[in-house]
Ligand binder design. Structure first.
Ligand code: FPP
Length: 219
């Protein structure tokens, strides 16, 4: 969800105004997913690297997250949406950690839609934690396989993404779902996240529908 800061700066607004508008875009895309039959959505809301932003911006983002969860949780639950959080969430305040755990707990049996929010997330860190977990469990070297690593990742149980969309014009993954996106189709758009609406989402899905996916095979 890249481009919130630039969206705000272009309007002489504080960066937080861009993040707020970004939260509105997220609501729009969630609804669009439901209309279009998309069943899984994972968003990169806060990266491991984002901890280097100013204290004020971090605090604003955390407040926005808390506010979003307070406002949306019941509706998400009523719509049978399962919420998950991936990333090094232990870095977050105890209050937010409690809120995340409660949201996951409340929605754990929901199955209509899988909404995952990456917070304090970095893919290299996730892979490192997964391997450390396997070793700590006493896993033999021969049992450290693609399957056991996948199952030890934060995304265990989720399917690998079909399509990864990055808004805001940069054409790189920036440490997002590196393991899981080995065969994911990538879609980059210059549109800033606050301007990314249903029309832009449909364009990305149509582009994806025209791709030929070979998963490394010759046919
Ligand atoms: C990247 O844009 C965006 C973020 C670091 C935050 C994303 C957060 C939201 C969309 C808020 C809503 C999310 C939840 C889960 C409530 P940037 O700030 O790097 O923009 P720039 O590249 O233009 O500076």
């Amino acid at each position: 969800m890249d481009g919130n800061g630039r969206w705000a700066t272009a309007r002489n607004l504080p960066r937080t105004a861009g993040h707020k508008k970004g939260a509105d875009s997220l609501r729009t895309i969630m609804n669009a997913c439901r209309d279009l039959g998309v069943t899984h959505l994972t968003v990169y809301a806060f990266s491991s690297e984002n901890w280097r932003r100013s204290d004020a911006e971090i605090s604003d983002l955390m407040q926005l997250l808390q506010h979003y969860l307070q406002q949306e949780l019941q509706t998400l639950h009523e719509n049978k949406i399962r919420l998950r959080f991936i990333g090094d969430t232990e870095m977050l305040s105890p209050e937010i950690q409690k809120q995340l755990a409660e949201a996951e707990q409340l929605t754990t049996r929901n199955n209509a839609f899988h909404f995952t929010i990456a917070l304090s997330y970095g893919a290299r860190q996730e892979i490192t934690r997964a391997v450390q977990k396997l070793i700590a469990q006493g896993t033999a070297a021969a049992d450290i396989t693609e399957e056991t690593i996948s199952a030890a990742l934060d995304t265990a149980g989720l399917p690998e993404p079909d399509l990864l969309i990055r808004t805001g014009g940069e054409e790189r993954l920036s440490n997002f779902l590196l393991w899981q996106s080995a065969y994911t189709e990538l879609y980059f758009t210059k549109t800033l996240w606050p301007d990314f609406g249903k029309k832009e989402f449909v364009a990305a899905l149509e582009n994806f529908a025209g791709r030929e996916r070979r998963y490394g095979t010759a046919e």
